[in-house]
Write a new protein. Structure first.
Ligand SMILES: NC(=O)C1=CN([C@@H]2O[C@H](COP(=O)(O)OP(=O)(O)OC[C@H]3O[C@@H](n4cnc5c(N)ncnc54)[C@H](OP(=O)(O)O)[C@@H]3O)[C@@H](O)[C@H]2O)C=CC1
Ligand SMILES: O=C(O)CCC(=O)C(=O)O
Length: 426
Protein backbone atom coordinates (compact mmCIF):
# COMPACT_ATOMS: atom_id res chain seq x y z
CA UNK A 1 0.00 0.00 0.00
CA UNK A 2 1.40 3.39 -1.01
CA UNK A 3 0.19 6.07 1.39
CA UNK A 4 0.30 9.82 1.66
CA UNK A 5 -0.78 12.41 4.19
CA UNK A 6 -4.55 12.37 4.40
CA UNK A 7 -6.29 15.40 2.95
CA UNK A 8 -9.90 16.50 3.08
CA UNK A 9 -11.68 17.52 -0.10
CA UNK A 10 -12.14 21.10 1.05
CA UNK A 11 -9.94 22.54 3.75
CA UNK A 12 -10.56 25.68 5.75
CA UNK A 13 -8.16 27.46 3.40
CA UNK A 14 -10.14 26.49 0.30
CA UNK A 15 -13.07 28.82 -0.49
CA UNK A 16 -16.39 27.51 -1.88
CA UNK A 17 -16.31 27.00 -5.66
CA UNK A 18 -19.09 29.50 -6.29
CA UNK A 19 -17.04 32.27 -4.66
CA UNK A 20 -14.01 31.27 -6.70
CA UNK A 21 -16.16 31.47 -9.83
CA UNK A 22 -17.22 35.02 -8.98
CA UNK A 23 -13.68 36.16 -8.19
CA UNK A 24 -12.47 34.64 -11.42
CA UNK A 25 -14.96 36.76 -13.36
CA UNK A 26 -13.61 39.92 -11.74
CA UNK A 27 -10.09 38.93 -12.70
CA UNK A 28 -11.14 38.08 -16.24
CA UNK A 29 -12.85 41.43 -16.69
CA UNK A 30 -9.36 42.94 -16.83
CA UNK A 31 -8.27 40.47 -19.49
CA UNK A 32 -11.06 40.94 -22.00
CA UNK A 33 -12.90 43.92 -23.39
CA UNK A 34 -16.23 43.35 -21.64
CA UNK A 35 -18.33 45.91 -19.80
CA UNK A 36 -18.39 45.57 -16.00
CA UNK A 37 -22.19 45.42 -15.96
CA UNK A 38 -22.18 42.17 -17.93
CA UNK A 39 -19.54 40.70 -15.70
CA UNK A 40 -21.57 41.62 -12.62
CA UNK A 41 -24.71 39.97 -14.03
CA UNK A 42 -22.83 36.82 -14.97
CA UNK A 43 -21.77 36.29 -11.36
CA UNK A 44 -25.34 35.18 -10.57
CA UNK A 45 -27.60 32.40 -11.90
CA UNK A 46 -30.81 33.37 -13.69
CA UNK A 47 -32.76 30.87 -11.60
CA UNK A 48 -32.21 28.11 -9.08
CA UNK A 49 -34.97 25.51 -8.72
CA UNK A 50 -35.22 23.45 -5.58
CA UNK A 51 -37.64 20.51 -5.35
CA UNK A 52 -38.56 17.83 -2.83
CA UNK A 53 -38.60 14.28 -4.15
CA UNK A 54 -40.56 11.77 -2.06
CA UNK A 55 -39.61 8.19 -2.89
CA UNK A 56 -41.02 4.93 -1.61
CA UNK A 57 -38.06 2.71 -0.77
CA UNK A 58 -38.04 -1.04 -1.28
CA UNK A 59 -38.73 -1.62 2.43
CA UNK A 60 -41.96 0.40 2.17
CA UNK A 61 -40.66 3.54 3.93
CA UNK A 62 -40.86 6.98 2.29
CA UNK A 63 -37.71 9.10 2.08
CA UNK A 64 -37.73 12.68 0.83
CA UNK A 65 -34.68 13.77 -1.18
CA UNK A 66 -33.69 17.30 -2.20
CA UNK A 67 -33.18 18.08 -5.87
CA UNK A 68 -31.78 21.17 -7.58
CA UNK A 69 -31.50 22.68 -11.03
CA UNK A 70 -29.43 25.85 -11.39
CA UNK A 71 -29.79 27.79 -14.65
CA UNK A 72 -27.01 30.29 -15.11
CA UNK A 73 -27.24 32.01 -18.49
CA UNK A 74 -29.05 31.25 -21.76
CA UNK A 75 -28.02 34.04 -24.09
CA UNK A 76 -26.39 31.62 -26.54
CA UNK A 77 -29.18 29.02 -26.48
CA UNK A 78 -31.15 26.69 -24.18
CA UNK A 79 -29.66 25.92 -20.77
CA UNK A 80 -27.56 22.75 -20.92
CA UNK A 81 -25.81 20.62 -18.34
CA UNK A 82 -25.75 17.38 -16.42
CA UNK A 83 -27.59 16.04 -13.41
CA UNK A 84 -25.55 14.45 -10.65
CA UNK A 85 -26.58 12.07 -7.91
CA UNK A 86 -24.12 12.41 -5.04
CA UNK A 87 -24.24 12.77 -1.28
CA UNK A 88 -24.21 16.37 -0.13
CA UNK A 89 -25.15 18.01 -3.46
CA UNK A 90 -26.13 21.63 -2.72
CA UNK A 91 -27.72 24.52 -4.57
CA UNK A 92 -24.42 26.42 -4.47
CA UNK A 93 -22.53 23.49 -5.97
CA UNK A 94 -25.06 23.38 -8.82
CA UNK A 95 -24.70 27.15 -9.34
CA UNK A 96 -20.93 27.07 -9.75
CA UNK A 97 -21.17 24.02 -12.02
CA UNK A 98 -23.92 25.75 -14.06
CA UNK A 99 -21.65 28.77 -14.49
CA UNK A 100 -18.90 26.46 -15.72
CA UNK A 101 -21.34 24.99 -18.25
CA UNK A 102 -21.99 28.48 -19.68
CA UNK A 103 -18.25 28.89 -20.30
CA UNK A 104 -17.77 25.31 -21.51
CA UNK A 105 -20.52 25.59 -24.12
CA UNK A 106 -19.22 28.98 -25.29
CA UNK A 107 -15.65 27.69 -25.51
CA UNK A 108 -16.81 24.87 -27.78
CA UNK A 109 -18.97 27.38 -29.66
CA UNK A 110 -22.16 25.41 -29.00
CA UNK A 111 -25.59 27.10 -29.15
CA UNK A 112 -26.28 26.46 -25.46
CA UNK A 113 -26.19 28.23 -22.13
CA UNK A 114 -25.25 26.73 -18.80
CA UNK A 115 -27.16 24.71 -16.20
CA UNK A 116 -26.51 21.94 -13.70
CA UNK A 117 -28.71 19.86 -11.48
CA UNK A 118 -28.44 17.26 -8.82
CA UNK A 119 -30.03 15.21 -6.11
CA UNK A 120 -28.44 14.84 -2.70
CA UNK A 121 -28.32 11.05 -2.55
CA UNK A 122 -25.71 8.33 -2.52
CA UNK A 123 -26.68 6.37 -5.65
CA UNK A 124 -24.87 3.32 -4.31
CA UNK A 125 -27.40 3.15 -1.47
CA UNK A 126 -30.37 2.74 -3.87
CA UNK A 127 -31.60 -0.34 -5.73
CA UNK A 128 -32.27 0.06 -9.47
CA UNK A 129 -36.01 0.22 -8.76
CA UNK A 130 -35.49 2.94 -6.13
CA UNK A 131 -33.33 4.91 -8.59
CA UNK A 132 -36.05 4.58 -11.21
CA UNK A 133 -38.73 5.89 -8.83
CA UNK A 134 -36.47 8.74 -7.64
CA UNK A 135 -35.60 9.75 -11.20
CA UNK A 136 -39.15 9.64 -12.51
CA UNK A 137 -40.40 11.73 -9.60
CA UNK A 138 -37.54 14.23 -10.05
CA UNK A 139 -38.45 14.43 -13.75
CA UNK A 140 -42.08 15.18 -12.85
CA UNK A 141 -40.92 17.97 -10.55
CA UNK A 142 -38.72 19.44 -13.30
CA UNK A 143 -41.54 19.56 -15.86
CA UNK A 144 -42.08 23.33 -15.75
CA UNK A 145 -38.48 24.28 -16.40
CA UNK A 146 -36.94 21.68 -18.74
CA UNK A 147 -37.61 21.06 -22.44
CA UNK A 148 -35.74 20.61 -25.74
CA UNK A 149 -35.74 24.37 -26.35
CA UNK A 150 -35.42 25.57 -22.74
CA UNK A 151 -33.18 23.39 -20.57
CA UNK A 152 -31.69 20.04 -21.59
CA UNK A 153 -30.24 17.83 -18.83
CA UNK A 154 -27.62 15.10 -19.40
CA UNK A 155 -25.67 12.57 -17.32
CA UNK A 156 -23.06 13.56 -14.77
CA UNK A 157 -21.55 11.82 -11.77
CA UNK A 158 -23.80 9.06 -10.42
CA UNK A 159 -26.25 9.19 -13.34
CA UNK A 160 -26.10 7.46 -16.71
CA UNK A 161 -27.91 6.69 -19.96
CA UNK A 162 -30.64 4.75 -18.15
CA UNK A 163 -31.33 7.75 -15.90
CA UNK A 164 -31.78 9.91 -19.01
CA UNK A 165 -34.12 7.35 -20.61
CA UNK A 166 -36.41 7.53 -17.55
CA UNK A 167 -36.46 11.34 -17.68
CA UNK A 168 -37.20 11.33 -21.44
CA UNK A 169 -40.10 8.95 -20.90
CA UNK A 170 -41.67 11.04 -18.12
CA UNK A 171 -41.37 14.14 -20.30
CA UNK A 172 -43.05 12.35 -23.20
CA UNK A 173 -45.92 11.23 -20.96
CA UNK A 174 -46.37 14.77 -19.66
CA UNK A 175 -46.15 16.63 -22.96
CA UNK A 176 -46.69 14.15 -25.78
CA UNK A 177 -43.32 15.26 -27.25
CA UNK A 178 -41.71 12.02 -28.36
CA UNK A 179 -38.58 13.52 -29.97
CA UNK A 180 -36.66 12.82 -26.75
CA UNK A 181 -34.55 15.97 -27.23
CA UNK A 182 -35.37 17.00 -23.66
CA UNK A 183 -32.30 15.12 -22.42
CA UNK A 184 -29.07 13.93 -24.00
CA UNK A 185 -26.88 10.99 -23.06
CA UNK A 186 -29.74 8.54 -23.62
CA UNK A 187 -29.15 4.92 -24.71
CA UNK A 188 -28.74 4.87 -28.53
CA UNK A 189 -31.81 2.64 -28.98
CA UNK A 190 -34.06 5.38 -27.59
CA UNK A 191 -32.70 8.39 -29.46
CA UNK A 192 -29.25 8.50 -27.87
CA UNK A 193 -25.99 8.97 -29.73
CA UNK A 194 -23.36 6.31 -30.33
CA UNK A 195 -20.26 7.85 -28.79
CA UNK A 196 -21.88 10.20 -26.21
CA UNK A 197 -20.95 7.92 -23.30
CA UNK A 198 -17.25 7.85 -24.20
CA UNK A 199 -17.09 11.51 -25.30
CA UNK A 200 -15.95 13.35 -22.11
CA UNK A 201 -13.28 10.70 -21.52
CA UNK A 202 -12.29 10.91 -25.16
CA UNK A 203 -11.88 14.68 -25.03
CA UNK A 204 -9.95 14.45 -21.77
CA UNK A 205 -7.57 11.95 -23.37
CA UNK A 206 -7.27 14.04 -26.53
CA UNK A 207 -6.51 17.24 -24.63
CA UNK A 208 -4.04 15.38 -22.37
CA UNK A 209 -2.26 14.14 -25.50
CA UNK A 210 -2.13 17.62 -27.07
CA UNK A 211 -0.99 19.23 -23.83
CA UNK A 212 1.68 16.60 -23.23
CA UNK A 213 2.90 17.10 -26.78
CA UNK A 214 2.97 20.89 -26.21
CA UNK A 215 5.31 20.29 -23.24
CA UNK A 216 7.47 17.85 -25.23
CA UNK A 217 6.16 14.80 -23.40
CA UNK A 218 5.58 12.19 -26.13
CA UNK A 219 2.45 10.03 -25.85
CA UNK A 220 4.49 6.89 -26.27
CA UNK A 221 5.28 5.76 -22.73
CA UNK A 222 3.71 8.87 -21.14
CA UNK A 223 3.00 7.96 -17.52
CA UNK A 224 -0.53 8.77 -16.39
CA UNK A 225 -2.45 8.55 -13.09
CA UNK A 226 -6.23 8.87 -13.19
CA UNK A 227 -8.48 9.40 -10.20
CA UNK A 228 -11.92 7.94 -10.94
CA UNK A 229 -12.62 5.00 -13.22
CA UNK A 230 -16.22 5.83 -14.15
CA UNK A 231 -17.53 7.34 -17.35
CA UNK A 232 -14.83 10.01 -17.74
CA UNK A 233 -11.84 8.34 -16.07
CA UNK A 234 -12.52 4.90 -17.53
CA UNK A 235 -12.74 6.08 -21.14
CA UNK A 236 -9.79 8.45 -20.78
CA UNK A 237 -7.70 5.56 -19.41
CA UNK A 238 -8.73 3.22 -22.21
CA UNK A 239 -7.89 5.71 -24.97
CA UNK A 240 -4.59 6.87 -23.52
CA UNK A 241 -3.59 3.23 -23.09
CA UNK A 242 -4.64 2.54 -26.71
CA UNK A 243 -2.54 5.50 -27.94
CA UNK A 244 0.61 4.21 -26.24
CA UNK A 245 0.61 5.95 -22.85
CA UNK A 246 1.40 3.97 -19.69
CA UNK A 247 -1.53 4.29 -17.30
CA UNK A 248 0.12 3.43 -13.98
CA UNK A 249 -2.70 4.20 -11.53
CA UNK A 250 -6.50 4.40 -11.51
CA UNK A 251 -8.97 4.55 -8.61
CA UNK A 252 -12.60 4.32 -7.55
CA UNK A 253 -14.29 5.57 -4.40
CA UNK A 254 -12.60 2.89 -2.29
CA UNK A 255 -9.04 3.60 -3.45
CA UNK A 256 -6.78 2.74 -6.32
CA UNK A 257 -4.34 0.36 -7.91
CA UNK A 258 -0.80 1.13 -9.06
CA UNK A 259 1.66 -0.64 -11.32
CA UNK A 260 4.74 1.25 -12.49
CA UNK A 261 4.91 -0.92 -15.60
CA UNK A 262 1.39 0.09 -16.60
CA UNK A 263 -1.99 -1.42 -15.74
CA UNK A 264 -3.94 -3.69 -18.10
CA UNK A 265 -6.76 -1.19 -18.67
CA UNK A 266 -8.87 -3.39 -20.94
CA UNK A 267 -8.83 -6.24 -18.44
CA UNK A 268 -9.53 -3.86 -15.53
CA UNK A 269 -12.47 -2.36 -17.46
CA UNK A 270 -13.91 -5.80 -18.12
CA UNK A 271 -14.01 -6.58 -14.38
CA UNK A 272 -16.66 -5.55 -11.86
CA UNK A 273 -16.59 -4.56 -8.20
CA UNK A 274 -13.91 -2.52 -6.41
CA UNK A 275 -10.83 -2.07 -8.61
CA UNK A 276 -8.47 -3.58 -6.06
CA UNK A 277 -10.52 -6.83 -6.01
CA UNK A 278 -10.45 -7.33 -9.77
CA UNK A 279 -8.38 -10.17 -11.19
CA UNK A 280 -6.55 -7.75 -13.49
CA UNK A 281 -5.22 -5.91 -10.43
CA UNK A 282 -3.76 -9.01 -8.80
CA UNK A 283 -0.17 -7.91 -9.52
CA UNK A 284 -0.76 -4.21 -8.74
CA UNK A 285 -0.19 -2.37 -5.46
CA UNK A 286 -3.11 -0.75 -3.68
CA UNK A 287 -2.97 2.96 -3.00
CA UNK A 288 -5.24 5.59 -1.49
CA UNK A 289 -6.99 8.25 -3.53
CA UNK A 290 -4.84 10.84 -1.76
CA UNK A 291 -1.63 9.02 -2.64
CA UNK A 292 -2.66 8.75 -6.29
CA UNK A 293 -2.78 12.55 -6.55
CA UNK A 294 0.85 12.77 -5.42
CA UNK A 295 2.37 10.15 -7.73
CA UNK A 296 5.42 11.10 -9.74
CA UNK A 297 3.89 10.83 -13.22
CA UNK A 298 3.90 12.87 -16.42
CA UNK A 299 0.16 13.54 -16.35
CA UNK A 300 -2.30 13.54 -13.47
CA UNK A 301 -5.99 13.36 -14.43
CA UNK A 302 -8.44 13.93 -11.58
CA UNK A 303 -11.65 12.47 -13.06
CA UNK A 304 -13.90 11.82 -10.06
CA UNK A 305 -15.14 14.42 -7.58
CA UNK A 306 -14.50 18.15 -7.19
CA UNK A 307 -12.14 19.88 -4.77
CA UNK A 308 -9.54 17.13 -4.51
CA UNK A 309 -6.48 19.28 -5.28
CA UNK A 310 -6.29 21.66 -2.34
CA UNK A 311 -3.98 24.09 -0.58
CA UNK A 312 -2.85 21.11 1.52
CA UNK A 313 -1.82 18.63 -1.14
CA UNK A 314 -0.91 20.90 -4.10
CA UNK A 315 2.64 21.36 -2.73
CA UNK A 316 3.06 17.56 -2.98
CA UNK A 317 1.80 17.09 -6.54
CA UNK A 318 4.66 15.51 -8.50
CA UNK A 319 3.00 15.34 -11.91
CA UNK A 320 4.44 17.46 -14.73
CA UNK A 321 0.97 18.33 -15.96
CA UNK A 322 -2.58 18.23 -14.56
CA UNK A 323 -5.53 17.70 -16.93
CA UNK A 324 -8.94 18.16 -15.33
CA UNK A 325 -11.29 15.35 -16.36
CA UNK A 326 -13.59 16.08 -13.41
CA UNK A 327 -15.41 19.36 -12.94
CA UNK A 328 -13.71 21.72 -10.48
CA UNK A 329 -11.18 19.25 -9.04
CA UNK A 330 -8.69 22.06 -8.28
CA UNK A 331 -9.44 24.73 -5.67
CA UNK A 332 -8.34 28.31 -6.31
CA UNK A 333 -5.68 27.94 -3.64
CA UNK A 334 -4.33 24.76 -5.21
CA UNK A 335 -4.33 26.49 -8.60
CA UNK A 336 -2.13 29.25 -7.17
CA UNK A 337 0.27 26.77 -5.58
CA UNK A 338 0.56 24.74 -8.78
CA UNK A 339 1.12 27.89 -10.85
CA UNK A 340 3.83 28.99 -8.44
CA UNK A 341 5.46 25.56 -8.78
CA UNK A 342 5.23 25.67 -12.58
CA UNK A 343 2.77 22.79 -12.92
CA UNK A 344 0.38 23.59 -15.81
CA UNK A 345 -3.30 22.83 -15.19
CA UNK A 346 -5.47 22.28 -18.26
CA UNK A 347 -8.98 23.30 -17.17
CA UNK A 348 -12.16 21.22 -17.02
CA UNK A 349 -14.11 23.53 -19.32
CA UNK A 350 -11.75 22.50 -22.10
CA UNK A 351 -10.66 18.96 -21.20
CA UNK A 352 -14.01 17.31 -20.45
CA UNK A 353 -16.04 19.37 -22.93
CA UNK A 354 -16.40 16.38 -25.26
CA UNK A 355 -19.44 15.35 -23.22
CA UNK A 356 -21.53 18.39 -23.95
CA UNK A 357 -20.22 18.57 -27.50
CA UNK A 358 -21.49 15.06 -28.19
CA UNK A 359 -24.70 16.05 -26.40
CA UNK A 360 -25.08 18.80 -28.99
CA UNK A 361 -24.84 16.20 -31.78
CA UNK A 362 -27.47 14.10 -29.99
CA UNK A 363 -29.77 17.09 -29.61
CA UNK A 364 -29.36 17.85 -33.33
CA UNK A 365 -30.15 14.21 -34.10
CA UNK A 366 -33.34 14.40 -32.00
CA UNK A 367 -34.28 17.77 -33.48
CA UNK A 368 -33.82 17.07 -37.19
CA UNK A 369 -34.11 13.27 -37.27
CA UNK A 370 -30.76 12.65 -38.99
CA UNK A 371 -28.85 9.97 -37.11
CA UNK A 372 -25.10 10.07 -36.70
CA UNK A 373 -22.73 7.11 -37.06
CA UNK A 374 -20.16 6.48 -34.34
CA UNK A 375 -17.37 7.41 -36.78
CA UNK A 376 -19.06 10.70 -37.64
CA UNK A 377 -19.38 11.50 -33.96
CA UNK A 378 -15.72 10.76 -33.25
CA UNK A 379 -14.48 12.70 -36.30
CA UNK A 380 -16.51 15.83 -35.58
CA UNK A 381 -15.83 15.64 -31.85
CA UNK A 382 -12.07 15.42 -32.41
CA UNK A 383 -12.19 18.28 -34.92
CA UNK A 384 -14.10 20.57 -32.54
CA UNK A 385 -11.93 19.64 -29.55
CA UNK A 386 -8.73 20.35 -31.47
CA UNK A 387 -10.14 23.71 -32.62
CA UNK A 388 -10.97 24.59 -29.00
CA UNK A 389 -7.50 23.50 -27.88
CA UNK A 390 -5.96 25.79 -30.53
CA UNK A 391 -8.18 28.72 -29.47
CA UNK A 392 -7.10 28.29 -25.85
CA UNK A 393 -3.44 27.89 -26.79
CA UNK A 394 -3.55 31.09 -28.83
CA UNK A 395 -5.38 32.93 -26.04
CA UNK A 396 -2.79 31.78 -23.52
CA UNK A 397 0.12 32.87 -25.67
CA UNK A 398 -1.49 36.21 -26.57
CA UNK A 399 -2.49 37.04 -23.00
CA UNK A 400 0.40 35.39 -21.16
CA UNK A 401 -1.92 33.86 -18.54
CA UNK A 402 -2.47 30.35 -17.15
CA UNK A 403 -4.45 27.84 -19.21
CA UNK A 404 -7.59 28.28 -17.10
CA UNK A 405 -7.74 32.05 -17.57
CA UNK A 406 -6.95 31.66 -21.25
CA UNK A 407 -9.92 29.33 -21.73
CA UNK A 408 -12.29 31.45 -19.66
CA UNK A 409 -11.27 34.59 -21.56
CA UNK A 410 -12.29 33.03 -24.90
CA UNK A 411 -15.62 31.92 -23.43
CA UNK A 412 -16.43 35.16 -21.61
CA UNK A 413 -15.76 37.18 -24.74
CA UNK A 414 -18.24 35.06 -26.71
CA UNK A 415 -20.96 35.19 -24.05
CA UNK A 416 -20.58 38.94 -23.55
CA UNK A 417 -20.64 39.55 -27.32
CA UNK A 418 -23.98 37.73 -27.53
CA UNK A 419 -25.42 39.82 -24.70
CA UNK A 420 -24.16 43.03 -26.28
CA UNK A 421 -25.56 42.11 -29.68
CA UNK A 422 -29.01 41.34 -28.28
CA UNK A 423 -28.84 44.52 -26.26
CA UNK A 424 -31.26 43.22 -23.65
CA UNK A 425 -29.35 44.56 -20.65
CA UNK A 426 -27.97 46.40 -18.81
N1 LIG B 1 -20.50 12.02 -17.40
C1 LIG B 1 -20.33 13.13 -18.10
O1 LIG B 1 -20.89 13.30 -19.18
C2 LIG B 1 -19.38 14.19 -17.61
C3 LIG B 1 -18.83 14.17 -16.35
N2 LIG B 1 -17.97 15.16 -15.97
C4 LIG B 1 -17.36 15.20 -14.65
O2 LIG B 1 -16.44 14.12 -14.50
C5 LIG B 1 -16.42 13.69 -13.14
C6 LIG B 1 -16.74 12.21 -13.09
O3 LIG B 1 -18.00 12.01 -13.68
P1 LIG B 1 -18.43 10.59 -14.27
O4 LIG B 1 -17.24 9.89 -14.80
O5 LIG B 1 -19.60 10.85 -15.14
O6 LIG B 1 -18.94 9.88 -12.96
P2 LIG B 1 -19.15 8.32 -12.72
O7 LIG B 1 -20.19 8.26 -11.67
O8 LIG B 1 -19.33 7.59 -13.98
O9 LIG B 1 -17.73 7.88 -12.11
C7 LIG B 1 -17.17 8.49 -11.00
C8 LIG B 1 -15.90 7.76 -10.61
O10 LIG B 1 -15.33 8.43 -9.49
C9 LIG B 1 -15.25 7.53 -8.38
N3 LIG B 1 -15.52 8.27 -7.15
C10 LIG B 1 -16.71 8.64 -6.64
N4 LIG B 1 -16.54 9.32 -5.49
C11 LIG B 1 -15.21 9.38 -5.28
C12 LIG B 1 -14.39 9.93 -4.27
N5 LIG B 1 -14.94 10.56 -3.21
N6 LIG B 1 -13.05 9.81 -4.39
C13 LIG B 1 -12.51 9.18 -5.44
N7 LIG B 1 -13.22 8.60 -6.42
C14 LIG B 1 -14.55 8.71 -6.34
C15 LIG B 1 -16.31 6.48 -8.67
O11 LIG B 1 -16.05 5.31 -7.94
P3 LIG B 1 -17.21 4.20 -7.73
O12 LIG B 1 -17.46 3.63 -9.09
O13 LIG B 1 -16.59 3.26 -6.77
O14 LIG B 1 -18.39 4.94 -7.18
C16 LIG B 1 -16.15 6.34 -10.17
O15 LIG B 1 -15.01 5.56 -10.46
C17 LIG B 1 -17.40 14.58 -12.39
O16 LIG B 1 -16.70 15.69 -11.89
C18 LIG B 1 -18.34 15.05 -13.50
O17 LIG B 1 -18.97 16.28 -13.18
C19 LIG B 1 -17.59 16.15 -16.84
C20 LIG B 1 -18.10 16.20 -18.10
C21 LIG B 1 -19.09 15.27 -18.57
O1 LIG C 1 -23.73 16.79 -21.88
C1 LIG C 1 -24.14 17.73 -21.26
O2 LIG C 1 -25.13 18.37 -21.56
C2 LIG C 1 -23.45 18.23 -20.00
C3 LIG C 1 -22.37 17.37 -19.46
C4 LIG C 1 -21.89 17.99 -18.17
O3 LIG C 1 -22.65 18.06 -17.22
C5 LIG C 1 -20.58 18.57 -18.09
O4 LIG C 1 -19.92 18.76 -19.12
O5 LIG C 1 -20.15 18.89 -16.97
Amino acid sequence: MISANATTAETAADEPAVETAKRRLDRLADLVDVSDEYVERLKYPSQVHRVSIPVRLDDGDIEVFEGFRAQHDNVRGPYKGGIRYAPGVTADECVSLAMAMTWKCALLDLPFGGAKGGVAVDPRSLSTEEKRRLTRRFAEEMRSFVGPQTDIPAPDMGTDAQTMAWIADVYKMQTGDGTRGVVTGKPPRVGGLAGREEAPGRSTALVAREAANYYDLPIDGLTVAIQGFGSVGGHAARLLDEWGARVVAVSDIDGGVFDENGLDIDALSAGTGPLSDRDAAAEADELTNDALLELDVDVLIPAAVGGVLTADNAPNVEASLVVEGANEPTTAEADAVLAERGVPVIPDILANAGGVTASYFEWLQNTNGRSWTHDEVRDELDERMLAAWEAVRESREARDVPWRDAAYAVALERVAESHETLGIWP
